[in-house]
Ligand binder design. Structure first.
Ligand SMILES: [Zn+2]
Ligand SMILES: [Zn+2]
Length: 348
């Protein structure tokens, strides 16, 4: 059972966050209804310049003042956009003419990444320090230990990606070696799709999609200043485009279906799958956001930015291949980022 909390709007019993605010069912339903119907309430009590007197308790005997209740919902941080996302999310509404492959990806995405989407909405951030080792250690081992810490943050996504792609029927028809190569080389790209929209700097920290807030200076130490700058630029691009969870489902598949990856066997098939997905996505965007004519082009630009950052990340791994003794990462991470001794890596 979840722990009982108090509704930040009316003070009643609450168990969850709705639209970003710990609130009770009544207040949530009231706010949702008000936004959906676009009602304009008039305050029944307060006179200008007076402190709040109106009752906003939905369960009290007296009729609550809807205006004051609505204002309080807004003041506590509920937004219209949250309601829209919530509705789309819960009903998983897609237009009837949505291409089949998009419907399929969205269904799988919601079943695997629903929690991630919700956690992001709830904005339940928690600070995370990568460095627990004292600073006097030599700089490179200090870096390696912070990177190890960050890797344990990456790790759960690996399993989710495997789960997601194993349920995309077309992906499973690729040779299993190819599936592995695509998941491995597309990992950072996928991580970016899930995290980028949220990677703004708040109180000198980067917030990841699971709510972890990592100090920017630590991120810069683990990678480079240029890398972090690219992340922040990508984050801006994501936010400006106001993508929906549906879009992320498709973009996630698109970044992984990359026929340029080295050592692929079924290159043509991967390319074919990607092209046909792009075509369906274009139809979907026209169907759902017909007035936003550049959106498809913007998204294809976004895909190439993601690809570039993924490549930067792969190059940066060289510095940790020289620090293997100081890394404390799981064998899964070792495989994922090819963290083998430099000579062994070249041979393969
Ligand atoms: Zn309430
Ligand atoms: Zn009032």
């Amino acid at each position: 059972m979840s722990r009982r909390k108090l509704c930040q709007i009316c003070g009643g019993k609450a168990y969850k966050r709705y639209f970003g605010v710990v609130s009770c069912e009544n207040c949530k339903e009231f706010y949702k209804y008000s936004v959906r119907t676009g009602k304009l309430y008039v305050c029944s009590g307060n006179k200008e310049g007076e402190e709040q007197q109106c009752s906003i308790n939905l369960k009290a005997d007296t009729e609550p003042c809807k205006r004051c209740l609505f204002d309080k919902c807004k003041a506590k941080g509920m937004t219209r956009l949250d309601v829209k996302l919530y509705q789309r999310f819960n009903r998983r509404q897609l237009p009837i003419k949505t291409p089949g492959i998009i419907k399929q990806l969205v269904r799988v995405y919601f079943s695997v990444f629903q929690l991630q989407e919700r956690q992001f909405q709830a904005k339940n951030a928690k600070p995370l320090l990568l460095s627990d080792t004292p600073l006097e250690k030599s700089r490179s081992s200090y870096k390696a230990s912070m990177f190890s810490q960050l890797c344990s943050q990456y790790e759960p996504l690996i399993y989710k990606m495997v789960k997601f792609f194993s349920r995309v029927p077309e992906f499973s028809t690729l040779p299993s070696d190819d599936q592995l190569i695509l998941l491995k080389t597309g990992f950072i790209d996928a991580w970016l799709v899930l995290n980028a929209r949220n990677l703004s700097i708040v109180q000198d920290s980067l917030t990841l999609c699971d709510g972890a807030q990592i100090p920017v200076c630590e991120f810069t130490t683990v990678y480079t200043k240029d890398y972090v700058t690219s992340l922040l630029e990508l984050s801006d691009d994501f936010r400006v485009m106001k993508l929906l969870p549906y879009d992320r489902a498709v973009i996630l598949a698109l970044v992984v279906l990359c026929s340029d990856r080295p050592n692929l066997i079924a290159t043509d098939k991967v390319k074919e799958m990607k092209d046909s997905l792009l075509k369906s996505f274009r139809q979907f965007l026209q169907l759902t956001r017909p007035s936003n004519t550049n959106l498809y082009t913007k998204i294809t630009n976004l895909l190439s930015s993601i690809y570039d950052i993924g490549k930067q990340h792969a190059l940066l791994m060289n510095m940790y291949r020289a620090e293997l003794d100081n890394l404390h990462v799981s064998s899964v991470i070792t495989e994922l980022f090819d963290l083998h001794p430099p000579h062994a890596y070249k041979e393969s």
